[in-house]
Design a protein around this ligand. Structure first.
Ligand SMILES: [Zn+2]
Length: 221
């Protein structure tokens, strides 16, 4: 998929291209190997969507109080990319919880006639139904199946990843649904950008193909 990017980033001129810097060149977001991908996505989201007004309630709040919400929730596959993030206040973020933006809008309406509780249960049932079909609560065109052997991991220091909570959660989830918790996020050359632990889990599990979100306008440099 092509993710939303500002026309220019960073604003002003980049003096030195170091490994902890990212910039846009000819419409491609080029990310230094020492950058944390999610932090870049957070920064770009604030830059494009504002950092003072809550997307849901419209309230003006301070930068310090601002949070970022995943439009399609993390628990149901939502990636940390600009198209899936909106600035919002802590209150709305907590209230929206594990629902998609569309579901949340319907819940807010249902509150007016006292049927929000039933609707929430129905939405959870729908999320579960999708999982049973090995699908995510995400737009289908975001996801593609890629051979695990074609995915590359650059610059990973060795560490005991099997002891991490993420790895244990990935395993638990897989045992329950026989699918990865989330798609793996890769750049245009299939280099991993996000979900390293999930990738390592898939490798240990010797999976042939994995669901990925391939960002055609992003590249690790
Ligand atoms: Zn709000």
């Amino acid at each position: 998929m092509i993710i939303s990017l500002p026309e220019k980033f960073p604003i002003g001129t980049l003096k030195k291209q170091e490994n902890n810097q990212a910039f846009i060149e000819n419409g491609i977001l080029k990310i230094g190997r020492d950058c944390k991908f999610s932090n870049i996505m957070y920064g770009l989201t604030y830059m494009m969507k504002g950092d003072r007004i809550c997307y849901y309630c419209g309230k003006t709040i301070s930068k310090k109080e601002m949070t970022l919400d995943h439009v399609y929730p993390r628990d149901f596959g939502g990636p940390s990319i600009t198209d899936n993030l909106v600035p919002c206040c802590q209150e709305c973020n907590n209230d929206k919880n594990n629902f998609t933006h569309q579901q949340y809008k319907e819940i807010l309406l249902a509150r007016q006639n006292g049927t929000a509780k039933q609707l929430k249960e129905e939405f959870y049932r729908q999320h579960e139904e999708l999982r049973k079909k090995k699908m995510y609560s995400l737009p289908e065109h975001w996801i593609e199946e890629v051979k695990l052997s074609e995915i590359q991991i650059l610059y990973l220091d060795s560490f005991n990843y099997k002891a991490t909570k993420k790895y244990k959660d990935s395993k638990k989830f897989y045992n329950m649904y026989e699918m990865l918790r989330r798609p793996i996020v890769v750049d245009r050359k299939n280099n991993i950008l996000d979900e390293f632990i999930l990738y390592l889990f898939a490798k240990d599990k010797k999976l042939d193909k994995v669901p990925t979100i391939k960002l055609e306008n992003v590249q690790i440099r």
